[in-house]
Design a protein around this ligand. Structure first.
Ligand code: UD1
Length: 360
């Protein structure tokens, strides 16, 4: 059986690593197609190396563009690759533009599509990823969910129950595989940070960084945090571009906020693990902090991962300065919310997916 696994942007790479490994372990032929949505060394190649992901057999090099241009370019470039390969399954992960582009190309070619991390919904259609999720799930033949709420969402959308499988979280598979290695790297020491006494902040969502007022508010709150403890801020290319365009670097961020290039996977995990507090708008980091039981202030109005708020260590606070500052004060005044780890986040989600795909 031949399976093509498509990935294109940073959060996809940690999700495909265990899936490709599990498919190969079952004796299936798994080939990776890289769309090229993310192309910088730090946003892409570093993850393949660190996570020991096999080299893609096809690199589409679609690159950046408006969301529509990017999605269309990926579809166009994917068609001949899939026509030549004729896989039994195409596996897509997550919710980025590469995911929906590959989903549409696959279904239009009459090939079978499996979606890993299906059913997550923020119920906010202004968020680009939400449209990607809805379309991808509507087209998928197998839908692999990471949390029970995702299954309910799919049922409400009328998706046939026989296609939905609650398998757990592949991001957590990757985290478990790599945690000891990440800890051994002691990234906090390289950044001169004391374990348990620093905050890690990340920011990249269009709703936070593309609107000047919101970016000012969130950066000011990060600066506020830096008056209480050292803050490390690895900057996503989108955010760096906006900070420059809006001329905000000097005016807002005090010298205590340490701005660095985007981090690799192992450094990110190692730093989350040792941080006192995480401030982020990343979906993946809401899950990683939940697993590592580190308090997480989520800089979003909503989340497609409600289990991280209901059971986990995340608190949704939005983008308003006052609410973020109040959450920082609350988190630092006590032990902070650490929550519990959801069931099926046990490091074996990819094995369940491979078993399922191999069965038919
Ligand atoms: C994308 C995903 C988002 C994910 C995020 C993680 C969509 C709709 N969004 O957002 O869900 O959480 O990736 O990183 O797919 N750029 C570079 N180098 C790169 C990649 C991008 O400089 O390697 C620049 C691009 O030129 C562009 C900007 O960063 O201006 C945004 O890239 P894009 O892939 O469009 O979206 P992200 O904001 O990264």
């Amino acid at each position: 059986m031949r399976v093509c696994v498509v990935a294109g942007a940073r959060p996809n790479f940690m999700k495909i690593a265990p899936v490709v490994r599990a498919l190969t372990a079952r004796g299936l032929s798994a080939g990776i197609i890289h769309t090229g949505q993310h192309y910088d060394e730090r946003m892409s190649d570093a993850f393949f190396r660190e996570l020991d992901i096999p080299q893609p057999f096809a690199k589409l090099e679609a690159g950046s563009g408006t969301p529509i241009a990017q999605t269309a370019e990926i579809m166009k470039r994917l068609e001949p690759v899939l026509v030549a390969d004729r896989p039994d399954w195409v596996v897509v992960v997550g919710d980025v533009n590469s995911t929906v582009a590959a989903a549409m190309a696959t279904s239009k070619l009459g090939l079978r599509l499996a979606h890993v991390e299906a059913g997550l919904r923020s119920f906010d259609r202004t968020m680009p990823e939400e449209l990607n999720r809805i379309v991808t799930d509507a087209l998928s033949d197998r839908l692999f969910a990471s949390e029970p709420c995702a299954v309910t969402n799919l049922q409400h959308e009328g998706i046939d129950e026989s296609r939905i499988f609650l398998v757990g979280n592949v991001m957590i598979d990757t985290l478990q595989t790599n945690l000891e290695r990440a800890r051994a790297g002691k990234p906090h020491a390289r950044f001169d940070l004391e374990p348990g006494n620093f905050a890690l902040a990340t920011l990249h969502r269009p709703s936070n960084v593309d609107i000047r007022e919101n970016l000012v508010s969130v950066l000011s709150a990060i600066d506020y945090a830096s008056k209480k403890l050292p803050v490390l801020l690895p900057l996503h290319p989108r955010t760096r571009k906006r900070i420059d365009e809006f001329g905000l670097a000097e005016s807002i961020l005090g010298s205590r906020v340490r701005i660095v290039e985007p981090l690799g996977y192992l450094d990110t995990i190692g730093l989350i693990d040792k941080s006192r507090l995480v401030l982020t708008d990343s979906g993946g980091m809401q899950e990683e902090t939940t697993f590592l039981r580190v308090p997480c202030i989520t800089l979003r109005e909503n989340t497609e991962r409600p289990i991280t708020v209901e059971m986990g260590s995340s608190r949704l606070v939005g983008s308003q300065y006052e609410s973020i500052v109040a959450a920082i004060d609350a988190a630092l005044s006590g032990p902070g919310r650490i929550g519990t780890v959801p069931s099926l986040w046990d490091g074996r989600a990819a094995e369940r997916i491979a078993e399922n795909l191999a069965a038919v």
